[in-house]
Design a binder for this molecule. Structure first.
Ligand SMILES: C[S@@+](CC[C@H](N)C(=O)[O-])C[C@H]1O[C@@H](n2cnc3c(N)ncnc32)[C@H](O)[C@@H]1O
Length: 231
């Protein structure tokens, strides 16, 4: 069975599969200043934990997309009491929304998994002028050795691994202004929830173990940053 890191998250039903988990989401959402009619897209919504928090916190029209069928099915189940949320199966490189549609796109540990320049270009197309883009994304503190870079790219199946400066260059090149770049505050508790429903194979546990091994191995070089951007 050729399962990967993302399949593992889907099978374990992990909500908040990003650094800082739900605490980081609350840190972002609770500081948002958004008119109540602005549409919000959780891009790569995974199992739907963030959309649930948004629905319980904001009056805004909410949308989520993901390309992973199991993630989307988990999200639909989790959000069954929030029928106004629009959930779609879609690829970030070709989002099924008109130009200038969203007041905010939120990407929590998602854009790093895609060809970043193509994803940012697509976000720039569907975000309104003056709209917001918030990225919480894997960022290297230094340029890694080639074999280290390959180990990480291989395991997470990410096409590239960027430093903060490289992220900022790409974000600007896509037409966004960078408002601030922050580390995830240390005091945030990493809350992760699980929804274990299916029979989980040995391979899934191995992937989970490797993820924690790599997190420990690269803890001084690999971290995440919050990029607050405006179109
Ligand atoms: C690490 S998970 C994070 C999920 C969720 N944002 C969270 O924080 O729990 C990455 C998610 O991005 C989705 N994803 C990756 N590449 C994508 C693409 N090109 N189009 C749509 N979704 C994508 C994956 O299916 C997965 O659900």
């Amino acid at each position: 069975m050729n399962v990967n890191y993302t399949d593992m998250i889907a099978t374990f039903g992990i909500g908040g599969a990003h650094p800082g988990g739900l605490s980081a989401t609350k840190h972002i959402v609770d500081r948002l200043q958004l008119a109540p009619d602005e549409k919000v897209l959780d891009v790569g919504c995974g199992n739907g934990q963030t959309l649930e928090y948004l629905a319980n916190t904001l009056p805004n029209p909410l949308y989520g997309i993901d390309q992973h069928n199991t993630m989307l099915a988990n999200a639909k189940k989790r959000l069954k009491d929030h029928p106004s949320i629009t959930l779609k199966h879609a690829d970030i490189e070709n989002l099924p929304f008109p130009n200038n549609y969203f007041g905010l796109i939120l990407s929590e540990s998602v854009t790093a998994f895609t060809p970043i320049d193509l994803a940012l270009k697509e976000y720039a197309r569907i975000i309104k002028d003056n709209g917001n883009l918030i990225l919480l994304e894997m960022t290297t503190n230094d340029t890694l050795k080639q074999e280290e870079q390959l180990e990480i790219e291989d395991f997470y199946r990410i096409p590239q691994l960027l430093t903060k400066e490289m992220w900022c260059d790409s974000i600007r090149k896509a037409g966004f202004q960078i408002i601030s770049v922050e580390a995830i505050p240390d005091h945030l508790e990493n809350i992760i929830d699980f929804d274990l429903q299916t029979v989980i194979s040995q391979r899934h546990f191995e992937l989970m173990a490797t993820h924690y091994h790599l997190t420990e191995k690269y803890k001084s070089t690999l971290s995440s940053r919050l990029y607050y951007c405006k179109k």
